[in-house]
Design a protein around this ligand. Structure first.
Ligand code: 9MR
Length: 380
C-alpha cells in the first residue's frame, strides 16, 4: 500500500507505469492513440492477437505489458490463429472456441471491436488433416456443402453482433493467379467460395464480408493480383454477397524468392488494381499490415527509417481511397511478429517489422502510421 505522499510523488504517470510494469510512458503522456487518430477520420486501427502457448511468437496474449499496449493503441483486434479450422475444429464433429473466446472476452472487456479471421482459409496446407483425409461418401458435393455450411453458420452465428467484419475467404488465389484446389473445391469447384459468402450473410446480415489475400504491390505479384481481380469480378457477377477486399499489406522485402521487395516501381499498376476493385463497388481494408525488413542493413536506425518510409508511402496510397476504413497490423511489437519465424535474415538478427520494439518503445513506423492517419482525408 502506498502512502498519500508516495502516491502524489508518483503522479498519474507513475501509477500507470506501476500497474503495467515496464511501460515507460503512461498513455496520457503520449498523446492520442493510433485508434483515436483513426477515429478522427472515421477509420479504425487495430492489431492481430494470438493466444498460443506462452513464450511463442503467436502467444502474445500472455504478456501483460503487451496486452496493455493493445489497450492503449487499438480499437479493434483480430484473432491471429484461433478461428482457423486447424485450431477451432479438432475433428469433423467438434467446435472448440476456448482459445478464440479468450481474445473475444479481452476485446470486449476493454471496449475493442473484433474482426473475424477466417471462415475458410482455402489452402490445403492450412486445412486440418481430418478434412484432407475425409471420406466424402457417394455424394461428395452434398457432403462438402454440408460440412462448409455447418462450419460457417456455427462460427458466424456464435459471434453474431460481436464480430463486425469477417475474412470470409482467405488466400484462395496462388501466386500464379490460379484458384487453389482443396478437398472441398474438388467436389464443389469455385462455388465453395460463393457458399461461404452466402451462408455468412444469412447467419449475420449486418456483418461486413471480405475476401482477404496477399497480392502485394511489389514486383512478382502481378499474376496473383490479376487472379484476385478476376475472382472478385466473377463473385460479383454471380451475386455473391461480398462487401470488400481485405488487402493484407505484408509489404517490404523478400517474402518469396521472386519478390525482392522495397520496390515501389509498381505503384501505378497497384493503383490500377485498386481502382478496378473499388470500381466493382467493393470496399478496401488493410487487414494485416507490417513491413518486412529481411533484406535491409542490420543497422537499426537505417532499418527503422526505411521501414517507416516504405510504410508511410504505402499507407498514404491506401488511405487515398476513401473506401479504406480499417487498418490492422499483424502484431504491434517486434517479438510477436510472425516474421521472426519465417524467412530468417542471413545475419540472424531479430526483425523489426512492427510499430513497437521488443521493449514496447514506439519506433519510426509508429510515427509513420500516425502521420498517415493525420494526413488522411476524413472518410465520407
Ligand atoms: O501469424 C500467423 C502464424 O502464427 C501462423 O502460424 C500462420 C499459419 O496459420 O498464419 C499466420 O497468419 C497469416 C494469416 O492468417 C493469413 N495471412 C498471412 C499471415 C502471416 O503468415
Amino acid at each position: 500500500m502506498l502512502t498519500r505522499r508516495q502516491t502524489l510523488a508518483l503522479g498519474a504517470g507513475g501509477l500507470a507505469a506501476m500497474s503495467a510494469p515496464g511501460l515507460v510512458m503512461a498513455r496520457e503522456d503520449r498523446g492520442p492513440s493510433l485508434h483515436e487518430l483513426a477515429q478522427a477520420k472515421g477509420m479504425r486501427f487495430g492489431s492481430a492477437l494470438g493466444v498460443s502457448p506462452p513464450g511463442t511468437v503467436s502467444g502474445a496474449f500472455h504478456d501483460p505489458q503487451y496486452r496493455q499496449l493493445l489497450i492503449d493503441e487499438c480499437g479493434v483486434l483480430v484473432h491471429e490463429n484461433e478461428l482457423k479450422w486447424y485450431v477451432a475444429r479438432p475433428d469433423a464433429q467438434t467446435f472448440d472456441f476456448d482459445r478464440a473466446d479468450i481474445i473475444m472476452d479481452f476485446a470486449e472487456e476493454n471496449g475493442m471491436e473484433m474482426r473475424g479471421h477466417t471462415l475458410l482459409w482455402h489452402h490445403t496446407d492450412w486445412f486440418p488433416d481430418w478434412i484432407n483425409n475425409h471420406d466424402f461418401g457417394s455424394r461428395p458435393g452434398t457432403e462438402a456443402e454440408r460440412m462448409l455450411t455447418e462450419h460457417v453458420r456455427t462460427m458466424v452465428e456464435r459471434y453474431r453482433g460481436r464480430i463486425y467484419s469477417w475474412d470470409v475467404v482467405n488466400e484462395t488465389i496462388d501466386e500464379a493467379g490460379r484458384f487453389r484446389q482443396t478437398a472441398l473445391s474438388r467436389h464443389l469447384g469455385e462455388e465453395v467460395i460463393d457458399i461461404a459468402f452466402h451462408i455468412a450473410r444469412e447467419a449475420d446480415p449486418d456483418a461486413e464480408l471480405l475476401y482477404n489475400d496477399y497480392m502485394n504491390w511489389e514486383a512478382g505479384y502481378e499474376r496473383q493480383q490479376e487472379g484476385v481481380l478476376r475472382l472478385l469480378e466473377r463473385l460479383k457477377a454471380r451475386g455473391a454477397p461480398i462487401d470488400g477486399l481485405g488487402v493484407q499489406g505484408h509489404i517490404g522485402s523478400g517474402n518469396y524468392d521472386y519478390s525482392t521487395g522495397f520496390d515501389t516501381a509498381r505503384e501505378d499498376t497497384w493503383r490500377e488494381f485498386l481502382d478496378d476493385v473499388v470500381g466493382l463497388d467493393l470496399s478496401l481494408s488493410v487487414t494485416e499490415f507490417d513491413v518486412h525488413d529481411k533484406n535491409l542493413p542490420a543497422d537499426i536506425e537505417t532499418r527503422d527509417r526505411e521501414v517507416a518510409e516504405l510504410g508511410r508511402r504505402y499507407l498514404d496510397l491506401m488511405f487515398s481511397y476513401p473506401q479504406t476504413k480499417d487498418l490492422l497490423v499483424w502484431g504491434l511489437a517486434d517479438q510477436y511478429s510472425w516474421y521472426q519465424e519465417h524467412w530468417v535474415r542471413e545475419d540472424g538478427v531479430a526483425k523489426r517489422p512492427t510499430p513497437y520494439d521488443e521493449n514496447f518503445q514506439p519506433k519510426p513506423l509508429r510515427q509513420a502510421i500516425a502521420d498517415a492517419l493525420i494526413a488522411a482525408a476524413p472518410r465520407p
